[in-house]
Design a binder for this molecule. Structure first.
Ligand code: PEP
Ligand code: MN
Length: 337
């Protein structure tokens, strides 16, 4: 449940309510809005009686949250979550563009692509050092060497780094290099990974599982938020359907539905959603028109030689055009890029 404090309730009253909640064996999470503070009561709330809480000083009302996700819900935090990372704002009016190769393959490859995506207007560089591959015989990523190359690319370009972590035991290591930890579709319900990423305090890009509902995605986000890590970005990356013309099917509905249910920023991955580079531009524009807060796009200077996902990777010139087209759509829906 949430406890909505009176407008302008002083700090002592807020702390008084927090202390009572903790004495009862629950955890309190604060959401400080411009007008009022909302206190989320986390724990098994079945035995908790509403009435005594309503009598505490400064409390305006006590409301049960009907959704199974609590901290991720708009009831807990009505205003959008917006946060800045080294000058890049996520969740605000300005869209965030993340781009780069599927995987870090070599120093030359990464630095060349990093320079190209920066030039086109991206502010975050993507690239996997640890790759969750369907086959154990496929390229698994460069590991620590890949992380070092990403750090070098950041140094050279000023781009932030988002890279995937596939194991709870690697969270600390990846966190030493990355600005944003990516949790991929295949690991969306790896609960120990979610917990560890939550505890690390690093911003997390959480991708929707290819067969997961939006409620399941939000429950996974809840694991991170419950560890007091509120810097979570959700990503729709296409789901499995009966359609075979594309690799996945972008669930465009996910954007307005998530925007209604949660305060967290929502971005779209048009590359994995389509699996084919020629559709990436159209789907990117649709995503931004539908209210996405940004995009994560695979770009490669030599897609035909890419170790993974070459078929869906854009050449820099095409990516450049995509950014220009998306900028016009962004302006039409009151956003900037
Ligand atoms: C990726 O971003 O390279 C990736 C593996 O994506 P997903 O987890 O969405 O399949
Ligand atoms: Mn990929």
């Amino acid at each position: 449940m949430i406890i909505v404090m009176r407008q302008g309730a002083p700090d002592e009253e807020i702390q008084g309510v927090v202390a009572t909640i903790e004495e009862l064996g629950y955890r309190a999470h604060l959401s400080k809005g411009e007008e009022r503070t909302i206190i989320g009561v986390i724990g098994d709330e079945r035995p908790l009686a509403v009435q005594p809480l309503e009598m505490l000083a400064g409390v305006e009302r006590v409301v049960p949250i009907l959704q199974p996700f609590k901290l991720a819900s708009r009831d807990f935090r009505p205003q959008n979550t917006v946060f800045s990372l080294n000058g890049v704002t996520v969740g605000g009016d300005q869209l965030v563009i993340m781009a780069g190769p599927c995987a870090v393959e070599s120093r030359e490859q990464l630095l060349e692509i990093a320079a190209a995506v920066k030039e086109a207007g991206a502010t975050v560089l993507r690239g996997g050092a640890f790759k969750p591959r369907t086959s154990p015989y496929s390229f698994q990523g460069l590991g620590v060497r890949g992380l070092e190359l990403l750090a070098e690319a950041r140094e050279k370009t000023g781009l932030l780094i988002v890279t995937e972590v596939i194991s709870p035991t690697d969270v600390a290591l990846v966190g030493e290099y990355a600005d944003i930890l990516q949790i991929g579709a295949r690991n969306m319900q790896n609960f120990s990974l979610l917990q560890e990423a939550g505890r690390s305090g690093h911003p997390v890009l959480l991708k929707r599982g290819m067969m997961s509902t939006l409620q399941e995605l939000l429950m996974s986000a809840e694991y991170i938020l419950a560890n007091s890590n509120y810097r979570v970005i959700l990503c729709e990356r296409g789901i499995r359907t009966f359609e075979t013309a594309t690799r996945n099917t972008l669930d465009i509905n996910a954007i307005p539905v998530l925007k209604k249910l949660t305060h967290l920023p929502v971005i779209v991955d048009p590359s994995h959603a389509t699996g084919k580079w020629e559709y990436v531009g159209a789907v990117s524009k649709a995503a931004v028109a539908a209210g996405a807060d940004g995009l994560i796009v695979e770009v490669h200077t030599h897609p035909e030689k890419a170790f993974s996902d070459g078929a869906q990777s854009l050449k820099p010139g095409v990516f450049n055009q995509l950014v220009a087209d998306v900028r016009r759509v962004a302006e039409a829906v009151g956003r900037t890029l």
